[in-house]
Design a protein around this ligand. Structure first.
Ligand code: DP6
Length: 325
């Protein structure tokens, strides 16, 4: 009645932005990501007859109500399937700075899906765990798997939608150098921001229409290990996603001066012949995706860029690991 799971953050190269079904949390567009090591969340779920309600502790502190609600929804789902009513104590730890803006919700809900299922005695496949993590947070569906991972767009009503691995972690030794460009919490979370984009951005329709072509091309470049083809496509995906948000009312503008400076550093290094390109998620930090050979120069150049407060480096890592007991 106790299990611990470890899952890693992921970085989307083809971005998920927008939902086709809010209730089932289905993405309107396909996305492709790299699972990142050592950006790990470790979560333990223990059923406890002595509890009146679920308890969720995150990084040593009681979690906020909104977070606990999303955790409880996932626990309720597995309890119903296993025919169990016992409440659970959930303890979760991010082994990387949450300030790095590397969606800890992705690793967090992937680890929770794995630990909750094992704690109640279910023997779910990775696809079932991925679909369950997706309902909690769509990017979490990808963190169930290691390496290069695709989450297809969801057809409204298709609650089985899961991510799938398309290449193993050792397929290509890519690195991700994160340039941290602000401290403190971001202005608006991805869920609310992508909702605003759908409601009010005139570019939303074009974004959804273009996503299948763009994602296919990114997958092809990844599978062929073709950095020259990959770089402009990855930058187009994040720039289009941010343009959609910026053009909404209210406008969602995550960028800080350091974000622009970091993008210019990365594009300058690429013009000088290095295999590196930029991406950003729903926050001000810039992530440089590069080959292992380019990583030391990329990190050095980003650390010396105005407005970059800190850097950290990750490599491609494995998927979910679950231990019972
Ligand atoms: C910008 O997975 O956090 O990181 O499904 O509403 O929980 P919800 O959204 P979430 O969105 C992630 C958006 C992104 C791009 C990506 O990871 O693909």
């Amino acid at each position: 009645m106790k299990a611990t799971a470890v899952a890693r953050a992921n970085i989307a190269l083809a971005k998920y932005w927008g939902k086709s079904d809010d209730a089932l949390n289905l993405p309107a567009v396909p996305s492709v990501s790299l699972t990142l090591d050592p950006l790990v969340t470790e979560t333990t779920v223990e059923l406890d007859e002595g509890l009146d309600d679920d308890v969720f502790e995150l990084d040593g502190q009681p979690a906020k109500d909104g977070e606990t609600k999303r955790v409880r929804a996932l626990l309720d789902e597995v309890r119903a399937l296993a025919g169990v009513t016992t409440r659970a104590r959930v303890t979760s730890r991010n082994r990387f700075p949450t300030a790095a803006g590397l969606a800890s919700s992705a690793s967090g809900f992937a680890a929770l899906a794995g630990a909750a299922s094992a704690a109640v005695g279910l023997d779910d496949s990775a696809a079932v765990l991925s679909a369950r993590a997706r309902r909690a947070s769509a990017s979490a569906a990808r963190s169930i798997f290691g390496g290069v991972v695709e989450l297809p767009a969801g057809v409204p009503g298709d609650d089985a939608l899961a991510a799938r691995p398309i290449a193993a972690a050792d397929h290509w030794d890519l690195r991700v150098v994160v340039a941290i460009t602000a401290s403190g919490r971001k202005s608006i979370g991805s869920r609310d921001a992508m909702g605003e984009s759908r409601r009010s951005s005139p570019y939303y329709g074009a974004w959804v229409e273009h996503a299948a072509t763009s994602t296919r091309a990114i997958c092809d470049a990844l599978l062929a290990r073709d950095f020259a083809a990959l770089a402009p496509l990855v930058e187009q995906s994040f720039l289009a996603m941010h343009a959609v948000g910026m053009a909404g009312i209210p406008s969602v503008l995550y960028w800080q001066p350091g974000s622009v400076a970091a993008i210019r550093t990365i594009q300058g290094l690429r013009a000088d012949g290095l295999d590196v390109c930029a991406t950003m998620d729903a926050g001000p930090h810039v992530k440089a995706v590069c080959t292992a050979a380019a990583a030391p120069s990329v990190r050095e150049a980003l650390a010396a860029t105005d407005g970059v407060l800190d850097t950290l480096e990750a490599r491609i890592g494995p998927g979910l690991e679950v231990t019972r007991g």
